[in-house]
Design a protein around this ligand. Structure first.
Ligand code: 5GP
Length: 211
């Protein structure tokens, strides 16, 4: 498939506690875009403020495993005792309609997407420094000490993987980070490899693929 014949898949990822969920929410509050969020599926119990089908599709472990068997996920990962995955059919549908689809997922899942859909745009959200991330994890208040410790250990393993992404956005201030993500998405649309087919069609240029 030629790149500009389908939509754009944007993967926002990074270590736990970096604030990628907050950056993603801020991104959706910005004006002037038509992004669609891909709601993930998880076996984690809902937090008190979470809404089914808006924050996640909450399912049982057996249901999740059934879907793994049915190859129904673009990617999935086990994260601190629970499963998380991106429903494949919904992403495919939206991309086929030419939409811009945003995933907000942890690092292992992002690397699976990189293999399966290398044309996607991969953005690593980084903390301003390590202490900021640890403070954030501790402040969150929704997790037990054991879960926080496991998330810290996982984050330590994920810091060195930033080089596998197309962009690194430091989450120093949430709105700044969201602005930078939107700027990246806009720039990606103008990339020659994405824009050339439309440009050639407009200009009546018939270019050989390997010219
Ligand atoms: P939380 O339990 O805090 O909502 O999410 C835990 C981690 O799972 C976060 O890093 C979040 O980005 C990630 N996550 C959410 N949905 C998915 C998904 O569909 N796939 C993967 N691989 N990670 C996800």
């Amino acid at each position: 498939m030629k790149l500009n014949e389908s939509g754009l898949l944007i993967v926002i990822s990074g270590p736990s506690g970096v604030g990628k969920g907050t950056v993603r929410k801020a991104l959706f509050e910005l004006e002037g875009h038509d992004l669609e969020y891909s709601v993930s599926m998880t076996t984690r119990p809902p937090r008190s403020y979470e809404v089914e089908a808006e924050d996640y599709y909450f399912v049982s472990e057996s249901e999740f495993k059934r879907r793994i068997e049915a190859d129904a996920f673009l990617e999935w990962a086990e994260f601190v005792g629970h499963y998380y995955g991106t429903p494949l059919d919904k992403v495919q549908e939206k991309l086929a309609m030419g939409k811009e689809v945003v995933l907000e997922i942890e690092v292992e899942g992002a690397l699976q997407v990189r293999k399966r859909m290398p044309e996607a745009v991969f953005i690593f959200i980084a903390p301003p420094n390590k202490d900021a991330l640890y403070r954030r994890l501790q402040r969150r208040g929704t997790e037990t000490a054991d879960t926080i410790e496991r998330r810290v250990v996982k984050a330590e393993r994920e810091f060195p993987l930033a080089h596998k992404y197309d962009y690194i956005v430091v989450n120093d201030e949430v709105m700044n980070a969201a602005d930078r993500v939107l700027a990246i998405i806009r720039a990606e649309h103008a990339k020659t490899e994405r824009a050339i087919y439309k440009y050639n069609a407009l200009m009546g240029i018939h270019q050989d693929e390997d010219e």
